[in-house]
Design a protein. Structure first.
Lengths: 358, 437
């Protein structure tokens, strides 16, 4: 009923090739985008924007990047934290070297540095696969943690060893640094994430995305039908790292405000990998669902006793947090190994057939 | 199944509505405590957290708060994780906190630029950014009673005394083992400066957070380098591991000095008798022989209102550090109330109270902590009080004070000012507009 497609005829090829061919999907996306652009900044307070939505969007972007690499191109990577650090430090250097340039352009450019690094660390992917590749990308993780911690040039010889985000304006509105309002930061993150997500949706259904999936499903077969594995895998690494780099820059510039390299540790890489797996490998919406799961559930668990007025000390809640989140991850993987995106698609199929499932 | 989804939906809507509203009308002075009773640093974090909340709760139980106004104490679990710190900060920000005690240098660094914007003072007691001592650049940040740089210079001074004079430091080799984080890196600029001025050789060993419980390779390096002295800037599980490894390579424990955060009973105890002789810096007393601590036992611990599991742990070093932190917060509130009246003060009034804090020996005795610490006088320019430290030594079962108060070197203050000016230039911090009075 809700999802009835009857009567939606495609009369032109352009209509047939739309991103969201079903009218309900299309309108759903418009509503979500409209809601997040117009309603959310009006009603959400600082806590919601700064502690929940901004990290959620940034993690989504990073998970999206990893999903392109792992979910679509089938290359397992544990170096996401390292690539994010490259983006963050590149952005910091760029912003301090070119203080006059628009910070949003610099955030987007810093992704290119990370893409270049991703290319280099992607080279082993031609020779090795699976777990072995994961170990090779792990090298990126450890190398960059070491590099940005030890080489003072990267953090401009600050005494604190941390990178501190200066105030930068975008047409007279501060968007980074301490004086930027949370609304301004949120809008920056939202715009970048929306654009990059749309790019990703287009990418995966085009020639590149199909080549990735062919490589993922069977690389020898892909080679036989004329897909060159080396450039295809490298492009996957570059684009994925670009997303991670932009996410890393946003993470420091709009979320933390000041960071040491320790925030991009191996746990970050694992968290993002979990988001991809829980959200659903090989699905764009899965990246968002997975990020929502990993970012929001702990916050919900932390806040629940406060809301219900249960007097419980914060450390106990934190212990519960670990247990509940861990249990949920295991349960999800048992009941739906294909992730939250698969659950959504099952629900969607049911809705399409409803009320006559036969 | 459907019901379940529905319930989840309702729960999330309620959450949204609840969180969107400013929550909780202030009925007292809201003092949030950032604590970590979980994670790899819990070993140091738990006694600290207990001390902090127990003292404030004792004031509530015994005196009904400060100046008749109850204190609302709330802990927020950070796990020593900067990302969780952001979440905590944003959550408590809505409830009008008078002061933030981040208890992590990483979180402090993050809050420093936010403090003048949100107008919430940050008190990083003996940690955080040393340069914050310069009140003209950091009007909202306080790190009294002392900074890392003061402490580092005092430790070098102590080593100099032991060697029979500062000139004897020339040619000596001093090892510096530190936790690889903002906290551990903090004193390096000072050590480097002193090393070139005094002529001792400095060699640094960084211990990454993830390998802090596996330091055998680090200490092998120490054995190879044969330093005359070792200085440690460790925290959490790094401390006991380092002390154990030092005993394993048979390093002379008399010549191993820890920062004031490496001086917990639990840091030295696991290494057993071999740890005897290990030294650490400190700036306050230890033990339960203070009337105020007796009150904590009487009003809080014995009534089961504390999270301390074992009564014997009250009075240990990190517990007392927490108590001291809360004493400083309480005294700043009192100072502010002295000017603005006995009511719920605002964070701006609290800032004034912190800047005008004058904790004399007489006052310490009055609140039941005679001789507990060196007097503290904060001023508009000096937010760190340049406090002296003393050295304590582990005798196998407890800490013993082995030195008098050691003042920091005179050259530290100009360096702090230089670092503050550097921070100001790099981050284009505006000039202080808050009047000094």
């Amino acid at each position: 009923m809700l999802y009835r497609e009857a009567g939606q005829f495609k009369t032109t090829y352009i209509r047939d090739q739309e991103l969201f061919p079903v009218k309900q999907d299309r309108w759903g996306i418009f509503v979500i985008i409209g809601f997040s652009f117009i309603i959310v900044p009006l009603i959400a307070n600082d806590y919601w924007l700064q502690a929940i939505l901004i990290p959620f969007l940034i993690y989504s972007l990073s998970a999206l990047g990893l999903n392109l690499l792992t979910g679509y191109a089938g290359q397992l990577s544990l170096g996401t934290g390292g690539f994010m650090a490259v983006g963050a430090y590149a952005c910091y250097k760029l912003v301090t070297v070119f203080p006059e340039t628009n910070v949003i352009i610099l955030i987007l450019i810093s992704g290119l540095f990370s893409a270049g690094i991703g290319l280099i660390f992607g080279i082993p992917s031609l020779r090795i696969k699976g777990f072995y590749l994961a170990v090779a990308t792990l090298a990126a993780q450890f190398f960059f943690e070491w590099l940005f911690g030890r080489v003072q040039w990267f953090y401009n010889y600050n005494n604190s060893g941390a990178i501190e985000v200066p105030v930068r304006n975008f047409f007279d509105i501060a968007v980074t640094g301490p004086t930027a309002t949370t609304q301004a930061r949120y809008m920056v993150v939202l715009c970048i994430v929306t654009v990059l997500a749309l790019v990703a949706v287009n990418l995966v259904r085009g020639r590149i995305g199909r080549a990735w999936m062919a490589i993922r499903d069977m690389d020898i077969a892909a080679e036989l039908i004329g897909i060159r594995p080396f450039p295809t895998k490298l492009i996957a690494f570059a684009i994925s790292s670009y997303y991670a780099g932009v996410a890393g820059a946003l993470f420091v510039f709009t979320y933390l405000g000041s960071a040491e390299v320790e925030v991009f540790d191996i746990n970050m890489s694992f968290e993002i990998l979990f988001m991809v797996i829980i959200g659903g490998l090989g699905s764009i919406s899965g990246a968002f669902l997975g990020a929502a799961f990993i970012v929001l559930i702990p916050i919900l668990i932390t806040n629940l006793p406060l809301i219900l007025g249960i007097p419980i000390n914060s450390a106990t809640v934190e212990h519960f947090n670990f247990m509940i989140l861990g249990a949920l991850i295991v349960l999800f993987l048992i009941f739906e190994p294909h992730g939250l995106a698969k659950i959504w698609s099952i629900v969607r199929e049911k809705l399409r057939a409803w009320p006559f499932p036969y | 199944m459907k019901n379940k989804y529905f319930l989840t939906l309702i729960a999330s809507v309620i959450t949204f509505v609840w969180l969107s509203q400013g929550i909780m009308a202030a009925k007292g002075i809201y003092v949030p405590l950032f604590t970590y009773r979980t994670g790899a640093y819990a070993g140091s974090g738990i006694p600290n957290a207990n001390g902090m909340s127990d003292y404030l709760n004792m004031l509530n139980e015994r005196d009904g708060g400060i100046g008749g106004v109850p204190i609302i104490v709330e802990e927020c679990e950070t796990g020593y994780n900067t990302k969780k710190g952001v979440e905590c900060y944003e959550r408590i920000k809505q409830k009008n906190p008078v002061v933030i005690n981040p208890y992590s240098t990483g979180i402090t660094l993050q809050l420093i630029p936010k403090s003048p914007v949100d107008k919430i003072p940050v008190h990083s007691m003996g940690y955080g950014l040393s340069a914050a001592a310069d009140g003209s650049v950091f009007p909202w940040v306080f790190n009294y009673p002392s900074t890392y740089w003061n402490q580092a210079s005092a430790i070098i001074k102590y080593i100099g005394y032991q060697e029979g004079g500062m000139s004897n430091l020339r040619g000596k080799k001093i090892g510096f083992i530190y936790l690889e984080s903002g906290y551990g890196r903090e004193p390096i600029p000072l050590f480097e400066q002193l090393s070139s001025e005094l002529g001792f050789k400095l060699f640094k060993i960084a211990v990454a957070g993830k390998e802090m419980q596996n330091q055998s390779s680090h200490w092998l390096k120490v054995r190879k380098e044969k330093p005359d002295w070792m200085i440690m800037w460790g925290w959490g599980a790094m401390n006991p591991t380092a002390i154990k490894e030092a005993t394993r390579i048979k390093f002379n424990m008399e010549k191993f000095v820890g920062v004031w955060w490496s001086g917990g009973e639990d840091d030295a105890r696991p290494a057993g008798k071999a740890a005897k002789g290990y030294k650490s810096a400190n700036f306050h007393g230890i033990g339960t022989n203070y009337p105020a601590v007796q009150d904590i036992l009487k009003y809080v611990v014995d009534k089961g209102k504390s999270q301390v599991k074992d009564r014997a742990r009250v009075g240990e070093n990190f517990y007392m550090r927490g108590v001291f932190n809360s004493v400083l917060v309480a005294e700043a509130i009192r100072t502010a109330q002295g000017k603005f009246g006995n009511r719920v003060i605002s964070s701006e009034e609290m800032r004034w109270g912190m800047e005008n804090l004058n904790l004399t020996s007489a006052r310490l005795a009055e609140i039941g902590l005679p001789g507990f610490a060196n007097p503290i006088k904060v001023s508009c320019d000096d937010h760190a009080n340049n406090g002296p430290i003393f050295i304590q030594q582990w005798n196998g079962t407890s800490w013993e004070r082995v030195s008098g108060w050691i003042n920091s070197m005179d050259r530290v203050r100009p360096m702090l000012e230089k670092a503050a000016a550097d921070y100001k230039a790099k981050n284009s911090v505006p000039d202080r507009t808050i009047p000094c009075s």
